[in-house]
Design a protein around this ligand. Structure first.
Ligand code: ADP
Ligand code: DP6
Ligand code: CO
Length: 328
């Protein structure tokens, strides 16, 4: 394998965790405290191109059209060092990345971002990684990126070291009609990153041990629900798991929350719809933007219900998305 002589482009979608990762055993290698499980989303993604060039003295990163400062590109440059080590090369790289998802707003830009970077940078460096190894590499950038290598329903096996912590597909092309409605209530960047928020929970929440026990059970339940295409079990367990994760932010010291007034309002609307006999459940990652899990046939009318309150542009119907694609 040799270094590519043209830019390599990768496209990776974000994913929404149904059973969440919220805490690391190893912060360096990003080994999580529990297994997690997600659905890859078709409407939100990142496109990244990478080329390693002999004439560059430093890595150059263009993010959404603007060149990043050294400080802002630090995480990406650290990640490129990993790729250089793996490929035994020293050239610096030109990276261009564009998010088709709000950045750092709880819509998992770090998942699509580092999955796309892992795909483009590894191939540009002359590596031809299989998807498991690509998911291990993406993990080093951001935990949730591990799962964005695959499409549909994906599990991240916790593992205990770099070799054994990776994602695997559970059902890459679900044959049942499911939708996730994303409420983009705010595209503002969060004050407390996922990385900082979860570490605080590990170190200070008295509920942390119970969270791990509950999430391991949720993982098995959601896996069974996917195998049996049991929508109610999948939705109910995902909603419970999300609230248990958010109970960790509330019980951290200092305490904090990713909820805002609109998230609470939207949660109540979901529960009211359920009381009216419309099956739907919510989940929320590290940001106020709620996701509503529903059956495809109900998606349009549920979306309209939320559009009437939050506005057209804020409500987006997404479906299971595909895994990473990388240009030759
Ligand atoms: P989110 O909810 O969007 O995943 P996080 O706090 O987990 O928020 O991560 C946000 C961080 O992810 C950004 O500050 C940046 O470091 C990284 N990130 C986002 N998009 C990209 C991208 N396209 N390429 C590389 N890194 C990215
Ligand atoms: C709530 O993967 O963004 O979305 O590994 O520190 O980069 P780092 O964190 P990140 O955390 C994701 C947290 C979550 C749940 C999940 O996606 O499983
Ligand atoms: Co993230």
């Amino acid at each position: 394998m040799t270094i590519a002589t043209h830019p390599i482009t990768a496209k990776a979608h974000t994913n929404i965790a149904l059973v969440k990762y919220w805490g690391k055993l190893d912060t360096q290698l990003i080994i999580p405290q529990n297994d997690s499980l997600s659905m890859t989303l078709d409407e939100f993604y990142t496109k990244t191109s990478v080329q390693f060039l002999p004439e560059l003295a430093t890595d150059k990163v263009i993010f959404d059209g603007e060149e990043l400062s050294d400080k802002d590109s630090a995480k990406i440059r650290t990640f490129l060092n990993l790729v250089r080590d793996l490929a035994h090369i020293t050239y610096r790289a030109k990276v261009e990345t564009k998010n088709f998802v709000p950045t750092a707003a709880g819509l998992a830009s770090s998942a699509s971002g580092f999955a796309a970077l892992a795909g483009a940078a590894s191939r540009a460096a002359g590596l031809n990684l299989n998807r498991r190894d690509l998911s291990r590499l993406a993990r080093r950038g951001s935990g949730s990126a591990t799962r964005s290598i695959f499409g549909g329903f994906v599990a991240w096996q916790q593992g205990h070291d770099d070799e054994t912590s990776f994602a695997y597909p559970i059902d890459e092309q679900p044959t049942w009609d499911l939708a996730v409605i994303a409420l983009v209530l705010t595209a503002k960047q969060k004050k407390i990153s996922s990385r900082v928020g979860m570490q605080l929970a590990v170190e200070t929440s008295p509920f942390y041990v119970e969270w791990i026990k509950a999430s391991q059970a949720d993982f098995e339940t959601v896996k069974t629900a996917i195998q049996n295409q049991d929508f109610t079990l999948l939705g109910h367990t995902s909603e419970q798991n999300a609230m248990r994760m958010h109970a960790l932010t509330l019980s951290s010291d200092p305490n904090f929350t990713y909820f805002n007034a609109d998230s609470l309002r939207a949660m109540k609307m979901v529960k009211d719809l359920r009381l009216q006999g419309i099956p739907c459940y919510f989940t929320m990652d590290a940001g106020p933007n709620l996701k509503i899990i529903c059956q495809g046939a109900d998606a349009e009318r549920i979306a309209q219900h939320f559009q009437a309150v939050f506005g057209d542009k804020q409500v987006l119907i997404t479906r299971p998305g595909s895994g990473i694609s990388i240009s030759d």
